[in-house]
Design a protein around this ligand. Structure first.
Ligand code: GDP
Ligand code: MG
Length: 216
């Protein structure tokens, strides 16, 4: 199971479960004491990753760090999942990712078609948005190296990147990976090139405006 790949999992599912059953912290069985010591004393370089679900975050972490982490469309990384590779001075924080399907409890799935449940679904969705916001804020603050994975730069990904850009003020290494797993044709790639150009132009305009404001 993919959970077994990580040393510690902080199972931040949704704030709506916080009061009911709390958030579980799962340690790998044979390493619990060792892990507590490492977290306490080691000054590791924190490498973390953010992005929508199924953008290849876990896959990329595995390829970059060469540690075993299973990825897959049906494998969902929990909350903040931590891996401390033995022979590297890094601590990897993998994250569940935004835009994931709603986390429903037993019985709620059957109520989906009930029109009265729609209001509840809105609240459940809001809880999940707030939870993701909490995770993002924590990761942006704590990571020394932050990797952001985007796909075809959808509007929500553009908003997400802008938010990261605004919040990464301290000396942080920021890497943006455009993982084009869903780009299948030449036409897709051409379209993507135009979108990225537009994004860069908008960024330049924003920077020039900022410089102007600072100079005046
Ligand atoms: N070959 C290949 N597969 C990828 C790449 N990025 C993601 N995948 C696959 O896409 C699926 C979702 O990736 P995953 O890392 O689990 O997404 P996450 O939810 O963002 O962590 C997995 O089956 C990955 O193996 C890539 O760059 N190349
Ligand atoms: Mg993952």
């Amino acid at each position: 199971m993919s959970d077994d790949d990580y040393d510690i999992i902080i199972d931040i599912n949704s704030i709506r479960f916080l009061k009911k059953r709390g958030w579980r912290i799962i340690y790998s069985k044979d390493k619990e004491d060792e892990m507590k010591q490492i977290i306490k004393f080691a000054k590791k370089n924190i490498v973390s990753i953010l992005g929508h679900s199924n953008r290849g975050k876990t896959y990329i972490l595995q390829r970059l760090s060469d540690v075993k982490l299973q990825s897959g469309y049906q494998i969902h990384t929990k909350g903040i999942s931590i891996k401390i590779p033995e022979d590297q001075n890094i601590l990897i924080l993998d994250t569940q990712g935004t835009n994931a399907p709603l986390l429903l409890e037993d019985g709620e799935e059957d109520k989906r078609k009930d029109p009265n449940f729609i209001k509840e679904l809105e609240d459940i969705n809001l809880c999940q948005i707030i939870t993701n916001y909490l995770i993002q804020t924590f990761i942006i603050k704590e990571a020394h190296t932050l990797i952001c994975v985007v796909g075809m730069l959808t509007s929500s990904e553009t908003i997400f990147l802008n938010k990261i850009k605004k919040n990464c003020r301290d000396k942080k290494q920021l890497l943006v990976i455009h993982n084009l797993i869903n780009c299948h044709s030449k036409r897709d790639i051409e379209k993507y090139k135009k979108e990225i150009l537009l994004f860069l132009v908008l960024m330049m305009i924003e920077m020039i405006t900022l410089i102007n404001i600072m100079l005046n």
